[in-house]
Ligand binder design. Sequence first.
Ligand code: AHM
Ligand code: MG
Length: 354
Amino acid sequence: MAKVVTIERHIFEQQQLYPHATGAFTGLLYDIALAAKLIARETTRAGLVDILGAAENENIYGERQQKLDVFAHDIIFRMNDHTGRLCAMASEEQDELIPIPEHFPVGKYVLLYDPLDGSSNIDVNVSVGTIFSIHRKVSAAERGALEDLLQPASKLVAAGYVIYGSSTMMVYSTGQGVHGFTLDPSVGEFLLSHENIRIPPKPKYYSVNQGYEKYWTAGVRAYVKWLQGMYGAGHEPLALRYTGSMVADFHRNLLQGGVFIYPGDMKKAKEPFGKMRLMFEAQAMAFLANQAGGYASDGIGSILDIQPVLLHQRIPLFVGNRDLVEKAENFIREHDQSWIKAYLPFRRGEFSPV
Ligand code: AHM
Ligand code: MG
């Protein structure tokens, strides 16, 4: 019989690779896995909310009516606010740094999370996901400061996501490769199902909202034509897959090879940076892609090196097979000098109120 590795055992074994580890980090990952199980329980019952709620008492009914992304936000916060492992948190669902309540102890890490990415997909039964990333505290502030949250992705100590799909999977990296665990609902455990994931060298897919082509820059248009095998001499086209849930699209491309694109555009001349959030979405995916042999770029250079300035900063995102992402950079360099000029101040952190 094959060795059965639970996520707890795997996290513990990874900890042995760090001789000075105190176990705090191990506990933190385990708490995220536990929160993920609670969120999975609710997302799989999403369509039953009205039926079940009506049959139960007011209180529970009220709670069940809560939007699932708010529920997911609260669960992750409550699983991590009292453990003494974190000194602060930040969530896509909240504007500011989330402090650890005064009556709880603090620790040496910060957690950033997007509790339920792609949540508009819940109503139509398409996969959604939780994205998380962990930085080590760097400021002198005992209870954490923005400086601890606003670190480049190259400094991450861990990142990952949970995908609530046909099964629930948690995929994470602590800088020692990318590992995937599938939730066995009958025993309530995440079991190692995808060890040391590497993006396959021959990609199959590209993922982009093709409906917004109208707003793309010339470089992005040419690049996507190239992906379709219709640029220059041409080649076999990649297939298009796009769900509107980045976690699902990223996960597919991670396992089967491909590129996820959410470009900056010229739709709003003052906001040429696309939709994805650097801190809650792009950093984690960039870290994972890099660990799996891939690459993430904003169209100019590596996402890993970008120094963030705002918690909710947005950024263009090209992530997947390294050669595909580098090709995007080439097209943008060649065709999009005016977009680059408009975007560069944001990349350097020179945000002005828009
Ligand atoms: P959300 O964080 O508000 O859910 O938005 C992020 C999602 C991503 O999961 C997805 O890739 C993208 O938004 C889809 O956006 P669009 O509908 O513009 O293609
Ligand atoms: Mg999101």
